[in-house]
Design a binder for this molecule. Sequence first.
Ligand SMILES: Cc1cc2nc3c(=O)[nH]c(=O)nc-3n(C[C@H](O)[C@H](O)[C@H](O)COP(=O)(O)O)c2cc1C
Length: 180
Amino acid sequence: MQFEEIDLSEWHYILHPRPVAIVVSGDWENYSAMPASWVTPVSRKPPIAAVAIARSRHTYKLISKYREFALCILGLEHAKSIHMLGSVSGRDVRDKIVYAGLSKARARKISCPVIAESLAIAECLLVKDVEAGDHNLVLGEVLTAYVKTGVRPLNTESYSPTLHVGRNRYTKPGTEVVEV
Ligand SMILES: Cc1cc2nc3c(=O)[nH]c(=O)nc-3n(C[C@H](O)[C@H](O)[C@H](O)COP(=O)(O)O)c2cc1C
């Protein structure tokens, strides 16, 4: 068997495509929202999500201040909006969700807005923030999670979260399921 070495600056792409979440933090007026594809569940009990966020992100500053954040999952039809949210900073743009062509909705348990067009949303309370190289691993306990009416997360026909291929390329999961 033969393998070819890849550049370490691109090693993480062996873990893509992967789901991208829009991380939102702040309050209704003063908030930011950024796509993060380095996001994963890490605990069932209590339910905890982890996101790797660079310290330079405005969203990171707001998470440190407000100690809460939302994860919003969008379908592929919103790929342009997702990319816009990842191409500008909330430091320079007011009302970033609206700027990206999406709409704000009230969160259930935290003070930042969430994205009305989301397929699924998790609201989290910051429980730990660990430095990890050029990113920080931000751990949030999930206070509540909800899906758009009719969406069933275990059903690949019904739930199709956007996947980040890398750079400005996006896709969605296939529908083939192998049951073993
Ligand atoms: C698809 C996509 C995925 C991204 N994933 C991450 C990520 O996991 N962690 C991170 O720190 N930045 C990530 N970024 C970069 C931030 O989203 C980007 O720098 C954003 O503009 C930061 O906005 P803010 O300054 O308002 O927080 C990603 C960008 C894109 C387009």
